[in-house]
Design a protein around this ligand. Structure first.
Ligand code: SF4
Length: 356
């Protein structure tokens, strides 16, 4: 027998909800008010449903599925700069979403696009899991919706979104593109495109496609180290693309897009921070107008014995890039204490239920 929720429509599935509203002749204005209550005011479903005209409200509520994800656990870092939300999907997979509070108090949500990941980066706990499932657009949107509902208790709201959580977004590009549409929509979350970033290991055809469809959204490429053999070792799933193909794709994205491409580069002591690695990076970048983010490596228990580069080396590396004419900065890392920093997201160690 089928679960009654399987027969329902996800409230985040805009096409299906619109079709339902047309069939029941629900005033489009009232539907817009409903979405405003849901996504802008972060109201609970019963309060948002008051926007649906009374004669249709009961049927509408009965056909909608509001809870795409179940919150299992919330962890806050001691300095309150990072919050990790662990959810389960209806398919039983555990996924994680991280909220980061910048020094100005501005909040960024780091969303997951997959449960696990097939790329297998050697510095990433998610990569160790392998791929369990692609998330639906509704499951991606639900992460932001649930985060905003929690934050609304303190009258806070997410302003920036990055797809840097679990998964390779461009391995799930259809769901990610549908979710991005909803995040940008003026009747959805109204995230401005310059505050939205999708990060990829660099899949040329999908990068071009994404840049054509979303020329105002930032693309970040996890380049890491381009010393021969090192990138392939760090990112086993990158071997299908040569560095020259990747360079050509970044070049094309720069031309198509109205935003700078960001280059993500992990700083690992003695491996990616050497003089040889610096020279190789500058040679690869050539004349690309990119912004380089240096990310100090975050150790993961039971994985590689690598150490993060020292502060001095990070500064020297950053200075070298600036002297070579690139914009560069060292990214602050938050959430290491709650296993929420870059490379630390995985469901193994957090698969304990939400404490009451
Ligand atoms: S770093 Fe990103 S692409 Fe690499 S394994 Fe982890 S989640 Fe996948």
């Amino acid at each position: 027998m089928r679960d009654e929720h399987e027969l329902q429509i996800s409230v985040h599935d805009r096409r299906a909800v619109d079709a339902f509203a047309r069939e029941f002749r629900i005033d489009p204005y009232r539907l817009r008010r409903f979405r405003h209550a849901l996504y802008q005011q972060s109201l609970d479903p019963p309060a948002a449903l008051l926007e649906i005209p009374l004669p249709h409200r009961k049927a509408f509520a009965a056909c909608m599925r509001f809870h795409e994800l179940e919150l299992q656990r919330r962890s806050d870092s001691p300095d309150s700069r990072a919050t990790k939300l662990v959810f389960t999907t209806r398919g039983g997979n555990w996924i994680e979403t991280v909220l980061i509070r910048g020094s100005s108090g501005r909040l960024t949500a780091c969303l997951s696009s997959q449960a696990g990941c097939a790329v297998g980066c050697r510095f990433c706990a998610t990569g160790e899991m392998g791929l369990l499932a692609n998330l639906s657009a509704s499951e991606i949107i639900a992460q932001l919706w649930q985060a905003n509902r929690l934050l609304s208790e303190n009258r806070e709201r997410i302003r920036n979104v990055v797809f840097m959580g679990m998964g390779e977004p461009l391995h799930n590009s259809r769901s990610v593109a549908a979710a991005v549409d909803e995040l940008l929509s003026t009747t959805g979350f109204q995230i401005t495109s310059r505050r939205l970033t999708v990060s990829t290991i660099g899949i040329p055809a999908r990068m071009r496609e994404f840049a054509r469809r979303f020329p105002d959204v930032h693309l970040a490429v996890s380049l890491h180290c381009v010393v021969p053999g090192v990138r392939e070792m760090l990112i086993p799933g990158s071997t299908r693309t040569s560095l020259s193909e990747l360079h050509a794709a970044i070049d094309e994205v720069v031309l198509t897009s109205r935003r700078a491409v960001m280059i993500e580069y992990v700083m690992i002591d003695g491996l990616t921070d050497t003089a040889e690695a610096a020279r190789a990076l500058v040679e690869f970048l050539g004349r690309l107008p990119v912004f380089v983010n240096l990310i100090p490596f975050n150790p993961v228990a039971g994985m590689q014995p690598w150490r993060t580069s020292s502060r001095e080396i990070c500064h020297e590396f950053c200075q070298m890039l600036r002297s070579a004419g690139y914009k560069a900065r060292i990214r602050n890392s938050h959430g290491g204490e709650i296993r929420a920093a870059c490379g630390q997201l995985a469901n193994r160690s957090d698969a304990t239920p939400l404490e009451a």
